[in-house]
Design a protein around this ligand. Sequence first.
Ligand code: 5GP
Length: 177
Amino acid sequence: MNKLENAVERILIPEDKIAARVKELGAQISKDYAGKNPIIVGMLRGAIIFYGDLLKNVKIPCTLDFMCLSSYNGTCSTGEVRFLLDLRGSIAGRHVIIVEDIVDTGLTLDYVLKNLSHRGAASVAVCTLLDKPSNRKTKVPVKYTGFEIENEFVIGYGLDCDELYRNLPYIGVYKNR
Ligand code: 5GP
């Protein structure tokens, strides 16, 4: 049988560690944004599981919205960012939190932040589950980080390789066969 786990070289961050950190991030956001009714933007599709789990730990009123961009092909960044889905609502005068799966070169986030900067938000902050700072090509402001990781290609907990393995419950290093 073609098992999901066969694509994993080793587990990098197990489920319980992710859950504990996501709880902390949710608590911090709830504290920082109390009374601000933020718009929490899920970046499709990689952030989908993180986004759902994070929201369960955000204990203040908030609005949900989504964006979808693409820059990856397999395990390689194409360097070219494409907009596939834009926000449904206006962000004018609102506090926005962008929820990402991983910041790698920073090019995707840079593109998103530049695009949103013309829309009159009261503030825009970034919350990412994973950060690979060693691979950064452009400086991007990240307010909340789950885990910093080495420059390895990871899958699971929403992160894919060619649209597979998003449903692994943990973060694993991809086995490059
Ligand atoms: P950046 O523009 O910062 O280089 O890349 C951002 C996007 O690339 C992420 O949202 C994610 O979709 C993808 N990406 C970057 N590194 C990895 C990785 O290690 N694993 C997976 N599955 N996707 C990655």
